[in-house]
Design a protein around this ligand. Structure first.
Ligand code: LMR
Length: 403
């Protein structure tokens, strides 16, 4: 049987990072997978996470199974983190969360739910979007359609085209929205644009899934949740897929959640029961450690404050890296504008560098970025900034555009 199975191409993101790991060049630069790196190129363990993990180790009595929907204390914290403390929908029992192994599992559960019991056939997602979005919802057997996101002429949101496309969507279609720090572009709607988008969602009777992987990377933990809060305040149903990989630097612990906002407690409980049966056949129950760390940090006032402080310093540093990059590249390539990188938010930027130029950067300079032109800004540091900009300038010099 195996002889009839074809070889799959490597994953667009992790495949490249594996290539990076194999590259023997000691000065190689990794701007591939979205992981925060500090000035020394390491992905640090946050102070609050280290403290919480130590406490958990000392307190541990056994390693029993969690319930199918995960750790109860963690699940009770997530709605507050998304909708704010004591939101009426949470108090009314209309908002329920289930712990998931990362945001990816949450997205897949959302896809399975919509397809298997929600009667949804089609899901719309931005073009471009996180490469894995397509595969996840394809795996859930939903038809995938795209709405435009980036106006490549000015690297800003293509709001006009977006609104025109939403107007053509069919009632009952699902739409996947990046809540903040759009991956891969770093381009988000303004609060006013969100309002216009939500008006259109209401008119077209669309069902939103909010991908919320970067809470705290835009403006603040609360401000970044504002689009979801606004939508839910209108009384609508939604699914929210959270990840704590980035905002707790807990990548390998796979900590996420799927949250249902129902119109009633009965609806929310019914959806939760469906989550559970999907989870039971997919991975049975989630792992404990990462969620226990997040719950400990969020329950403890001191650890929580420290988390917010450290997260803020990460956010500020990424903003400074954007600034440093734009200044350094302008000195070398004044004829090509990278100003958009200053405006974009979160870990990623759509640099505008073409796939062919990305190949040259990899082959000739051991600089790794996605072929789509996405760079992980958090992979830049004071040491690699100059070699990075020299390499980009060498590849792009004498080219009229970035192609
Ligand atoms: C990324 O976009 O690089 C991260 O979200 C990691 C991943 O799973 O692709």
């Amino acid at each position: 049987m195996f002889e009839s199975i074809a070889l799959n191409p490597p994953d667009a993101i992790f495949g490249l990072s594996e290539e990076f790991n194999r590259d023997p060049n000691p000065t190689k630069i990794n701007l591939t997978v979205g992981m925060y790196q500090d000035e020394s190129g390491q992905t640090p363990i946050m102070r609050c996470v280290r403290k919480a993990a130590r406490q958990l180790f000392d307190e541990a009595q056994s390693h029993v199974y969690l319930p199918i929907d995960g750790l109860g204390s963690y699940n009770r914290l997530i709605p507050d983190l998304i909708l704010g403390h004591r939101h009426s929908a949470v108090d009314a029992g209309r908002v329920l969360s289930a712990q998931t192994p990362g945001g990816t599992a949450a997205l897949r559960i959302a896809g399975d739910l919509l397809k298997q019991v929600g009667g949804v056939r089609k899901i719309w997602m931005s073009d471009p979007s996180w490469a894995n979005h397509v595969s996840i919802f394809h795996g859930a057997s939903l038809e995938i359609l795209r709405y435009p996101w980036l106006d490549r002429s000015n690297a800003a949101l293509d709001f006009g085209q977006l609104m025109e496309t939403i107007a053509k969507m069919d009632a009952g279609d699902a739409i996947l929205l990046h809540t903040v720090c759009h991956n891969p572009t770093g381009v988000d709607p303004t609060p006013e644009q969100w309002r216009t988008i939500f008006d259109a969602l209401e008119r077209q009777r669309l069902f939103p899934i909010f991908d919320f992987a970067y809470q705290g990377f835009g403006i603040s933990v609360d401000a970044d949740a504002q689009p979801i809060r606004e939508f839910c305040d209108r009384g609508h149903e939604a699914l929210i897929c959270s990840s704590f990989s980035k905002n707790f630097n807990l990548y390998g612990e796979r900590v996420g959640a799927i949250t249902v906002v129902g119109r009633s407690t009965v609806n929310a409980l019914a959806v939760m029961s469906q989550f559970k049966s999907i989870i039971r056949t997919m991975y049975s129950t989630p792992p404990t450690h990462g969620a226990a760390i997040v719950a400990k940090v969020l329950f403890d006032d001191v650890l929580r404050r420290d988390w917010l402080t450290e997260l803020e310093s990460i956010r500020i540093r990424i903003g400074e890296l954007r600034e440093m990059f734009v200044v350094a590249i302008k000195q070398r390539l004044p004829e090509i504008s990278f100003e958009h990188i200053r405006r974009q938010r979160g870990m990623f930027s759509q640099s505008g560098i073409s796939g062919e130029a990305a190949d040259r950067l990899k082959e000739d300079h051991s600089v790794y970025l996605l072929r789509s032109g996405r760079i992980n800004v958090a992979g830049i540091n004071a040491t690699n900034l100059d070699p990075l900009c020299d390499a980009i300038a060498a590849v792009l010099t004498n080219r009229k555009s970035m192609a």
